[in-house]
Design a protein around this ligand. Structure first.
Ligand SMILES: C[S@@+](CC[C@H](N)C(=O)[O-])C[C@H]1O[C@@H](n2cnc3c(N)ncnc32)[C@H](O)[C@@H]1O
Length: 320
């Protein structure tokens, strides 16, 4: 049996992450990048979220892929070499990447994630199920720049970015990221999942479930900050808030101080008034024409959308 190979790239530097987190906490409107949700517990909590009744993104994405499986397989074969390199961005449990193996039979699977310990365990399990396949894990923070050494990617790669994680980027940053994904594919293609606009109530419920799993996911960020900065956040003093911002077409997650409090770390401190918030995530929701236009704007020649039967989620295949 092969062993997965791991690389940790320099962008994943705890000092840089800590400096960025600190700047966000000290900003007039405190904020934190959503990548900080993902320590090992955060990755498990995200997987639990995808099982919730209220959060249907995994189910609708799977329905879109299942419904168009044959046509999608043909389209992939038409725009990719045989046994392409499959690059899974934010691979997490690698379950979605593995599900693509049947469709594109990758010669190399490159799983990229910021949550390195979780990714390492995921890839080791995957290797047991696919002992002969070449698996590469890459610890990388792609929020500043998405790029891999040429020795890891290959010409004609399939870049896979499922789960509507692109919704975490505002439209300008999404354009930049999709342009970088095009360079990463090196003449290949991009397969990307995008959650579509629904009613405000549906969006809000998806990010504020009855069991409080999303609340735990959001609050876990404070534990992560405590470790990263040596801070003394007490999660009991905070509560999860999810809001639909109709003007900007996005769900926002915040952590709200339940009382006036003070947080200390490494010679810094910040006071929060009762009700003051730390903005922790945006999840932009798209329409099919707007996302198609975005793909064309960064130079993808072909872009096709494949939706689930109720048109709640779209999977786009973009190629040169
Ligand atoms: C919403 S989860 C999606 C997981 C999986 N791809 C899916 O669709 O179910 C986002 C994933 O991206 C990873 N991630 C988030 N921000 C990242 C960053 N800046 N660089 C690399 N990975 C990141 C997280 O650790 C997590 O595994």
């Amino acid at each position: 049996m092969r062993e997965p190979v791991f690389h940790t790239l320099s962008s994943l530097c705890p000092k840089a992450l800590a400096a960025e987190a600190e700047a966000g906490l000290l900003a007039p409107q405190a904020h934190c990048h959503p990548k900080l949700f993902y320590d090992a517990l955060g990755s498990h909590l995200f997987d639990a979220i995808t099982e919730l009744d209220e959060y249907d993104l995994r189910r609708t994405e799977a329905a879109a892929l299942a419904m168009h499986q044959e046509a999608l397989g043909r389209a992939l074969r038409a725009c990719l070499p045989q046994q392409p390199c499959l690059i899974d961005l934010g691979a997490g449990s690698c379950a979605k990447g593995e599900a693509l193996f049947a469709l594109c039979d990758p010669g190399r699977y490159v799983a990229v994630d910021i949550s390195v310990d979780f990714l390492r365990r995921s890839l080791q399990c995957l290797q047991r199920a696919h002992p002969e396949r070449e698996l590469i894990g890459v610890g990388l923070d792609f929020s500043a720049e998405l790029a891999l050494p040429d020795s890891i990617s290959q010409p004609g790669s399939l870049v896979f970015y499922p789960g509507s994680s692109i919704g975490n980027f505002d439209p300008d940053s999404a354009r930049r990221f999709l342009g970088q994904a095009r360079l990463l594919a090196r003449g290949g293609a991009l397969l990307i999942g995008v959650d579509l606009r629904k009613t405000p109530a549906e969006h809000q419920a998806a990010y504020d479930d009855a069991l409080g799993v999303t609340a735990a996911f959001n609050l876990n960020l404070l534990r992560h900050l405590n470790r990263l900065l040596g801070a003394d956040f007490d999660p009991h003093q905070w509560r999860h808030r999810a809001l639909w911002n109709a003007d900007l077409g996005r769900v926002e997650m915040h952590l709200e101080a339940q009382q006036a409090l003070r947080v200390n770390w490494g010679g810094h401190q910040r006071g929060f008034a009762a009700g003051e918030r730390i903005h922790t995530e945006n999840a932009y929701k798209w329409t099919v024409p707007d996302f198609e236009a975005l793909l064309h704007a960064v130079g993808w020649g072909q872009a096709q959308a494949w939706c689930d039967p109720e048109e709640r989620f779209a999977v786009f295949l973009a190629s040169e």
